[in-house]
Design a binder for this molecule. Sequence first.
Ligand code: AMP
Length: 302
Amino acid sequence: MSILTVGSVAYDDIVTPYDTRLRALGGSATYFALAAQHFTQISLVAVVGEDFNLADEDLLRHKGIDLKGLEKVAGKCFYWKGEYLANWNDRVTHDTQLNVFEHFQPKVPDNYRDAKYVFLGNIHPSLQAEVLRQMNDQPKMVALDTMNLWIKETRQDLIDVLGGVNVLLVNDSEAMMLSGQNHLIDAARTISQMGPQTLCIKQGEHGALLVQGDRIFIAPAYPLCKVIDPTGAGDCFAGGFMGYLAQTGDHSFENMKRAIIYGSVLGSFTVEAFSVDRCAGIDMAAISKRYHEFVDLCHFHE
Ligand code: AMP
C-alpha cells in the first residue's frame, strides 16, 4: 500500500572530517521517499523555493515518487548546515533556515486522504499535525520522526501530535530528552504513554532497538569500513522500515523485526556517499543482498 509523507526537501551544506559538500540535495522527506520507493508508491507533501533544481525534481519523479503535494513558491528552499566531528556520531548544526517552510500550509492531495500509511518526517510538529488532520480516517499506521530542536522548542506541539502516532523513530539521545529518563527502556515506556506503542531507537554505529511493550528486538549496525556522509541515515532507515511494512501489510512484531533490518540496510547504504547519491543509486537486488548479510550477522545456534 502507498505511503503519504510530509517533511523537509532541502539543500544542505555538509562538513565531514574529510570533505565538504555544498548545496547537496537533502531533507527528511527527500531521503525517506528515495528509500521507501523501493518498496511501495510514495506521495510527498512538502514545499520548495524557486532555487529548487529541475534535475533534483526529475530525480524524484524518475523514481516514481508522486509530487502532486510538492508545492513550489517564491523564496528559497529549506537550508541546513551540519558538521560531523571526528567520531562521526556527534553532529553540530551550524545553521537552519526554514525559508519557504516558514509560511507553509501542507495540503494533502485528495487522492491520498485515504492513505493507510502516513510518515510524518522530521519537520515542525504543527505541520505534522496538519497533515494528520487532513486524513479522512485514522490510517492503519502513522510513524513519526523528530529531532532535538523540536523536542526542545516545540515540546507541547510534539506531545499533541504523538497522541495520534503508532510508531516513533528517534535516536537514543532524543528518546532520553523527550522522556526525561536516563535509561533507554525506561524512556521507551514513558514515551509509549504519550501515544506510540512501538519505538525504533536508532543508535548510529551501535544499531537500533525495537521496543513494543515488554518485547524488545536488537538490530546490529552493518559493519562499514568507510563512512562518507551520515546525513539522511535516519530518514532512510525510516524509509526502509515503513516501506517494508506498507508493502507487506503485516504489523506483527515478527514482521517489524524484518522491517527494522530493512531500515538498517537502507541507512547503511546512505552513509556510503554524500547526499542522496548512494540511496538513489541502489536497486532491490543490492538491498536484498545486504538484507541477507544482516541475517547472517545476527544468526547463531543455541
Ligand atoms: P538525518 O541525518 O536523518 O537526521 O536527516 C538529515 C536531513 O534532515 C538533512 O538533509 C536536513 O536538511 C534535514 N533537517 C535538518 N534539520 C531539520 C529540521 N529542523 N527540520 C527538518 N529537516 C531538517
